[in-house]
Design a protein around this ligand. Structure first.
Ligand code: SAM
Ligand code: PRE
Length: 237
């Protein structure tokens, strides 16, 4: 279904509710440049670290696209234990229908990330999820992710990011809005969504993300893809 959520005057802040969930796959593909390519890369990188019986957790899995694509691409691996965590019931309704349709076995957990035990994981994904975690809690979450990974485990995350320079930041955001216009979003839809996301989506700079990862104890953090204000990182424990 085509995303028309912000075609009308907004009444509340951005939420992952039923209305957003019902058009979410279209929303992501039209709102995040190279979404599919960053997902393909996330999966290819994860596959290098996966063995039989591995535990894979997707924090903020939304409609489970990443876990489903991972399962399809790792058919030769036996018994991957896939966990999708999300606090939005509406998202997980869509996710479980999609997983059933593709015949992929995923354990869905509908709860706040902070209430879920995901220890002994081999791979943890959090694509475009950290940006929705309050900055005061974000460092704590990264420490928990580090503690929950097995030695040699990896954390893969994509984020919307800020530039260091205010001038460049404004230009990059203009470039991003041009991208959205080319995807068929009107100026009205773009500005309504920008307002709804104010203080809800809080991006960090590349350096802030890398600092947070290093301080949690990860031995390596590499940015492997970047388009203007979106980036994919991989961190190794
Ligand atoms: C932008 S979406 C993630 C997209 C998805 N990872 C993908 O690549 O297709 C962010 C998701 O994180 C979930 N989320 C945000 N904060 C959360 C929290 N504290 N606990 C659990 N889920 C959370 C939202 O419900 C939403 O589905
Ligand atoms: O920043 C924006 O305007 C976006 O639309 C980006 C973004 C994201 O990065 O998660 C915001 C909310 C939706 O989940 C889809 C895309």
């Amino acid at each position: 279904m085509t995303d028309k959520v912000f075609n009308k005057k907004i009444k509340k802040q951005f939420e992952f509710d039923e209305e957003v969930a019902s058009v979410f796959d279209d929303m992501l593909e039209r709102s995040i440049p190279y979404y599919k390519e960053m997902q393909r890369l996330s999966i290819a990188l994860a596959n290098n670290f996966l063995k039989d019986d591995a535990k894979v957790v997707d924090l903020g899995c939304s409609t489970a696209s990443t876990l489903i694509e991972l399962a399809k691409s790792s058919k030769e691996l036996k018994n991957l234990n896939l966990f999708g965590v999300d606090s939005s019931e509406a998202m997980l309704d869509f996710a479980s229908k999609k997983a059933n349709a593709y015949g992929v076995d995923i354990n869905f957990i509908c709860d706040d990330i902070f209430n879920v035990d995901f220890s002994n994981s081999n791979v943890i994904f959090a694509n475009y999820t950290l940006q929705f975690i309050r900055p005061l809690l974000r460092e704590k979450l990264i420490s928990r992710i580090f503690d929950s990974l097995e030695e040699g485990g990896i954390f893969i995350f994509c984020e919307k990011i800020l530039a260091e320079s205010n001038l460049l930041n404004k230009q990059l955001i203009d470039e991003y809005y041009n991208y959205k216009k080319n995807q068929g979003y009107s100026e009205f839809e773009i500005s309504q969504k920008r307002e709804a996301l104010e203080n809800v989506l809080i991006p960090y700079t590349q350096k802030e993300n890398e600092k947070m990862i290093k301080e949690a104890g990860f031995s390596h953090c590499e940015m492997v893809f970047k388009w203007v204000n979106f980036a994919l990182f991989i961190a190794i424990k």
